[in-house]
Design a protein around this ligand. Structure first.
Ligand code: ADP
Length: 487
């Protein structure tokens, strides 16, 4: 991503400006420099992209599996060739450091290579019928145009999973990236898939100015040509989208916020638990929906864990995301920094203690550990997207499960214990979509059923499961003899 670049919409295989001619400046969260002049799209641009995707659908849905396979394998090779450049772009555009950048590129490569096999999966099954002479089948078919709405935080992987599964199943896609990641969460995917040979119109990207996502999202919701929408983002935005989707009877996959617990049992290896919690809470500055937001520690281990955890967190290197030694880079923008500052200050006013961090260093917020946070503090309730974690001593892991289940959110959770059987028992009582025993909560692989329950959303990404979301199941029968009718 070179400063001064222009990023247009990618519609029907062409880079185009907005119908309105408007654009906005995307700045680096670390240096503040203008990285690109980006097309500021609206409903009109979204409709153009939807029509292009609709027109491309028949050809793409009919493309033979080997052809689709070649394109995804070729796209993976292109991404691999561009790895260093992509890591650099993730750092300047979203403040993503080396560790999480490698996680993103690694995921995207596996996603593309696994997706290459999807065209060879069975397209349905034969079903026994009680009607003599009837042969019946359930046949999976692509739905048509899929609208994809992705966030900035894991821009490469979250845009990738929103797009690649639906495409590999024979759908065409219109992607709306976040205004904070028009390149790594949008235009970059268009460059790669176009070079790999994806036919024009099969994949389209419409960008928009800050605060103007609604116009593009509404156009996707309202268009009868768009058959499904997938959305990854915050619970409040997802809820608004789902309400509108109800009006149009449009199916949406929702991947929303998390308030993810990490439970440390008294018999845990404390060194391992400290390292796991530090990674789980602070990877990518805590700006991952799966990040550990609350660490519950059984009382006998609480003091030792908390002392060692706070000491480790206080030494995490903070600063330039392009420096491979940096662990905590900048938060995405000034609004996010101000929110972190306000919520930590509010918790402290209500009696919380700061055990590490807590003093902003713009554009960074340091890795911060809070204790004694009262339940009424904002930071103890919804999701606060940033490098702040709450540590709390509990009488038992069962109490921690009850505390975690009291939240409305249910994305990811993890339990660290020396007794795996107890860990599995506890895991079965957590009301979440994803749970890990003896790990921290930030994990993803393209083939896994990723998603939350309760206010963390519904539907699953994961290539083996994407067919449930992005295909229509049709009941087909054929008779091998005439049947008798009653009249
Ligand atoms: P985040 O905190 O990750 O930015 P959001 O839920 O605000 O969470 O954003 C996730 C995605 O949803 C982004 O692509 C954003 O532009 C988009 N978005 C925000 N508001 C709307 C809306 N009204 N309709 C459709 N998409 C929206």
């Amino acid at each position: 991503m070179a400063p001064g670049e222009r990023i247009g919409h990618f519609i029907g295989g062409e880079w185009v400006t907005s119908e309105s001619g408007r654009s906005y400046r995307k700045r680096s969260p670390w240096s503040g420099e203008v990285l690109a002049e980006v097309a500021a799209g609206d409903g009109e641009d979204a409709r153009r992209a939807i029509v292009a995707a609709h027109e491309a659908f028949e050809g793409w849905a009919g493309a033979l599996p080997w052809r689709r396979q070649q394109i995804f394998l070729c796209a993976a090779d292109i991404l691999e060739r561009r790895r260093d450049e992509v890591l650099g772009a993730l750092a300047v555009e979203t403040g993503c450091g080396r560790v999480f950048g490698e996680v993103q590129v690694g995921f995207a490569l596996k996603l593309l290579r696994q997706a290459a096999q999807l065209g060879y999966r069975p397209a349905g099954e034969l079903l026994p019928s009680d009607v003599e002479g009837t042969r019946a089948a359930a046949v999976r078919r692509p739905v048509g145009v899929v609208g994809a709405i992705a966030p900035w935080n894991a821009s490469l992987t979250l845009a990738g999973r929103a797009v690649v599964g639906p495409l590999a199943l024979g759908n065409t896609v219109v992607l709306k990236p976040s205004e904070e990641s028009p390149y790594t969460g949008g235009a970059l995917w268009a460059e790669i898939l176009q070079e790999a040979g994806l036919p024009a119109g099969t994949f389209n990207v419409v960008t928009h100015a800050p605060g103007e996502a609604g116009a593009v999202g509404d156009a996707m919701l309202a268009s009868p040509l768009v058959k499904r929408i997938n959305f990854t983002g915050s619970t409040p935005t997802g809820r608004r989208l789902a309400e509108k989707a109800g009006t149009y009877l449009k199916r949406v996959v929702l991947q929303l916020s998390g308030q993810n617990p990490l439970i440390v049992a008294a018999d845990a290896d404390v060194g391992y638990a400290v390292d796991a919690a530090a990674y789980g809470a602070f990877v990518h500055q805590g700006q991952v929906c799966m990040c550990a937001r609350r660490v519950y520690v059984e009382r006998p281990l609480a003091e030792e864990f908390t002392t060692r955890f706070a000491a480790k967190v206080a030494t995490l290197p903070t600063g330039d995301p392009s420096d491979p030694a940096t662990v905590v880079g900048p938060v995405i923008n000034e609004w996010a920094l101000a929110l972190l500052e306000r919520r930590v200050n509010e918790a402290v006013e209500l009696g919380a203690r700061v055990l590490a961090g807590g003093v902003p260093a713009p554009p960074c917020y340091p890795a911060t550990v809070l204790a004694d946070v009262p339940d009424e503090a904002e930071i103890a309730q919804g999701e606060t997207f940033g490098p702040v974690v709450i540590v709390e001593a509990v009488d038992s892991a069962e109490e921690a499960v009850a505390r975690a289940n009291a939240s409305d959110l249910g994305l990811a959770a993890s339990i660290i214990t020396g007794d795996t059987r107890r860990g599995l028992r506890l895991a079965s009582t957590l009301e979440v979509g994803i749970v890990h025993v003896n790990d921290q909560p930030v994990n993803d692989e393209p083939q896994m059923p990723f998603g939350g329950v309760r206010d963390s959303g519904w539907g699953r990404f994961g290539l083996g499961f994407a067919a449930e979301e992005f295909c229509e199941l049709r009941w087909v029968t054929v008779r091998d003899q005439d049947r008798e009718f009653p009249f």
